[in-house]
Structure formats: structure tokens, C-alpha cells
Design a protein around this ligand. Structure first.
Ligand code: GCU
Length: 411
């Protein structure tokens, strides 16, 4: 990729995520250097955007920049997906009866049969539902119906004192779905010539503006929504997307690009998600462009950690949030004492605050305040919602707050 881009110098190394390392990422607010954000409500030629109609045009400009420089383009030849029902059974989640469907999305690989892609999806609906229900789609993990139940990773749970997210949604009368990102595209650079990205490139390397894993995962979520539109149990007008960390990044990318997603729950998405990349706090562009994470993005993104600087990026996290407007988005973070500072909670708050003018322009309530709230404070009055919970790297402790906020739209 670097030779395609004529980059002959090594990438700059990113700071360390380990706070005791000498080169630890900055976690001191007083050391954050001033930065200038790309204007969200100015066209590229500098003219201001002052109406909803103009925003639609400005939105297209921002979409193009994110595609070209950061997340990549979905190729024209992206194949179709045929959803197959593998099993359907009445079971329970926690103490709540559900109907659970296991599905697999078989990707048409007739153009390159050497690579096959089968997207794993689970859909759970309250067993007593009498009409179609809203569904929260999570980027996550599905335990095998065959082997012994695998405990969910800790970060996906919360406390023993509150039911987990599935039970909370089902008891509310809503459904949940889980899509498995690695069944769409591997979470590593070595897999880029396989999975859906490899399939569309017939096993060859990517071009600089080809999609990375985040867009591939988001594409998979869009294909799941195609399926929901055909399933009578699901109210496809009420679909939310949720994810944590790298899957939080995938969740906001999915919501930004697929306007059928009506609500978002973006968990600790950090750098490459709903965070200001220009803030030198926590994870940096150099980390994202490093060997463990570059595959999340398109090749062009490597420029910003080598021949260019972060400040040269034509976009930043506030614009990613703005692409979701006017649809409601809830941005979630954990406590710095438990989660650490790598994900930069304040950087996510600032991104949302700087997306607010777009919500306001579109006649929405947007963000309640631009002052960083105390830990635990729910800001759920507006269409841009925020809560930093007291727990660690998880969306768990925010589920009940999210449901309370979502009820304004879905009840
Ligand atoms: C790493 C990575 C983050 C990511 C996180 C996760 O820490 O640097 O960007 O969000 O893994 O997915 O848990």
C-alpha cells in the first residue's frame, strides 16, 4: 500500500497505551495543544451552509472525504447476500421468553469462488410480541448453539445487580440482534485479501481508497437491515445500532453511511470513531495507522501518519457525528478511573458538541450543554445524548439510560 502511495518513509510511531511507559499517550488535559477543526457548516470552498437543503450538499462533500481519506469506498461490484434461516426456536434470555432466529448471509461469490463469506446473525424477539418490534443491532459475539455456553466477554456485561442488555431490551418489549464482524471481514491486516474485501478484489491487494474493515463491518450491518426489512417480526423503521470500542467505531460508521439506522448507541468508540483526532490525548492517528489497526481504514489514511500530519486530515470526529444528523445518537463512555484515558471521553464529548450546530440547523434539540458534565450525568434531553458511566470499557452500565432515552423515540 505504501508503495502505491509513493510513501518511502516509515510511519511515525504512536504513543503507548500503557500509562507507565515513557512514551505513554497524553492523559493530562493541561497538555492538550490548541487545534483548529475543519468547519462542519462551511462548504469546501468556504461558503457557509445555512439551510437544510444546503446541508444535504455539504453532507455529500463530507461523505466523500471520509470515503476517500479514511474509511474507504465500497466497490461497485459488492455482491449480493442471500439470507438463510438456520434455526428458529423458542427459548429464554435471562428469564424472558424469546423467539431466536439464527441466520447466515451467504455472499454471492460467483465472481471469485476461492473466497466465501457467510455472515453470522442472530435475531431475538420477545416471544409474546403481537406486532413488529424495534430492534437493536449489536456488533458482537454469538455463542454457538452446539458447544457449552461461552461466557460473554466481561466488557459486554455490567454488574450482577442489573440484568444484561438483552434482558433489558426484551423486558421492554424490544428485540435485539447480533452480527459477528469477523464473519464479514477479519480484524487484522493479514486478512485484507480475504473476507468481503478480498472477495471484491478477487484475492488481490486493496487500492488506496478501497474500504477497510470498519466499512466492511458496516456494510454487513446494512445487509442485515436489508433482511430486517423483509422480516415481519421486525419494525425496520425502528432499528438502532450499538457497539463498543472498535465495534463502537463500526457502529457510528454504519450509522453515518446508512440512513435507515434510526438510533445509535456508540460505546467508547474513541479514535477513529466519535472522537476528535486532533486532540493529543489518548489514542492517536499514528496508533490507528500502525500494524495492528491500519486495516480498519483505507490505504490513504496511512498518509496522515507519515508524509502528512493529523492536522492535514480534511475531516475529524465531529463531522462523523454530524453525518448521523438529524437522527438521534447516544455517545457513551466509561470512567477514566476504570476505563483509562486511551479512548478519550472528553474528545468524544467535544466531537458531539461540535456536531451540534448541524442538529440545530436541522431543527433538532441537539446537545444540552457544551460544558463537560460530571461523571454519571445523563444528558438525554436532546437528540445528541451523552453519558459517561462509572464503569470500565463497556456499554453495560449505560443500557438502562440508553433505553430511557430511546423510549422517547420508540414508545
Ligand atoms: C485498542 C485500540 C482501540 C480500540 C480498542 C478495542 O485499544 O487501540 O482503538 O477501540 O482496542 O477495540 O477494545
Amino acid at each position: 500500500m505504501k508503495s502505491q502511495l509513493n510513501i518511502t518513509i516509515p510511519n511515525r510511531p504512536g504513543p503507548s497505551g500503557n500509562p507507565s511507559d515513557e512514551n505513554a499517550a497524553n492523559s493530562d488535559e493541561s497538555k492538550v495543544k490548541p487545534y483548529t477543526l475543519p468547519e462542519v457548516l462551511n462548504f469546501e470552498d468556504g461558503k457557509p451552509v445555512s439551510s437544510a437543503r444546503q446541508w444535504n450538499k455539504r453532507r455529500e462533500e463530507i461523505v466523500e472525504l471520509f470515503k476517500r481519506e479514511m474509511y474507504g469506498r465500497i466497490p461497485q461490484n459488492a455482491p449480493g447476500v442471500e439470507w438463510k434461516l438456520i434455526s428458529e426456536k423458542d427459548t429464554i434470555t435471562g428469564k424472558y421468553p424469546i423467539t431466536e432466529k439464527r441466520l447466515v448471509g451467504v455472499v454471492d461469490n460467483s465472481a471469485y469462488p476461492d473466497i466465501s463469506v457467510e455472515i453470522e446473525l442472530l435475531l431475538a424477539i420477545p416471544a409474546n410480541a403481537t406486532e413488529s418490534v424495534p430492534v437493536v443491532l449489536e456488533f458482537g459475539f454469538i455463542t454457538s448453539p452446539f458447544g457449552p455456553p461461552r461466557p460473554e466477554p466481561n466488557s459486554f456485561l455490567f454488574s450482577r445487580h442489573e440484568p444484561n442488555w438483552k434482558s433489558q431490551l426484551i423486558s421492554k418489549g424490544w428485540g435485539y440482534a447480533i452480527i459477528v464482524p469477523s464473519s464479514i471481514q477479519a480484524d487484522n491486516g493479514a486478512g485484507l485479501r480475504q473476507g468481503i474485501i478480498g472477495l471484491t478484489n478477487k484475492g488481490e491487494y486493496r487500492k488506496p481508497d478501497d474500504w477497510g474493515s470498519l466499512r466492511a463491518w458496516a456494510w454487513g450491518a446494512s445487509r442485515a437491515i436489508d433482511y430486517f426489512e423483509k422480516d415481519e417480526d421486525v419494525d425496520a423503521g425502528r432499528i438502532a445500532i450499538e457497539g463498543l470500542s472498535r465495534y463502537g467505531k463500526a457502529a457510528i460508521v454504519a450509522m453515518a453511511f446508512d440512513e435507515r439506522i434510526s438510533l445509535g448507541f456508540i460505546g467508547s468508540s474513541g479514535a477513529g470513531g466519535a472522537k476528535i483526532l486532533r486532540r493529543n490525548f489518548g489514542e492517536q492517528v499514528e496508533n490507528l495507522a500502525g500494524s495492528g489497526e491500519y486495516h480498519w481504514f483505507c490505504g490513504n489514511f496511512l498518509k496522515y501518519a507519515s508524509i502528512l500530519e493529523t492536522s492535514d486530515l480534511p475531516v475529524d470526529g465531529h463531522q462523523l457525528v454530524a453525518l448521523c444528523a438529524p437522527r438521534p445518537v447516544f455517545i457513551s463512555a466509561g470512567s477514566p478511573h476504570e476505563e483509562g484515558n486511551w479512548i478519550d471521553a472528553r474528545g468524544m464529548f467535544v466531537a458531539a458538541a461540535n456536531a451540534n450546530p448541524v442538529y440545530v440547523l436541522l431543527g433538532k434539540k441537539g446537545f444540552e450543554t457544551t460544558e463537560f458534565p460530571h461523571l454519571g450525568t445523563p444528558m438525554i434531553e436532546g437528540d445528541l445524548a451523552w453519558r459517561q458511566h462509572a464503569g470500565g470499557h463497556s456499554t453495560g452500565p449505560n443500557w438502562s439510560t440508553w433505553i430511557a432515552w430511546a423510549s422517547k423515540y420508540w414508545d
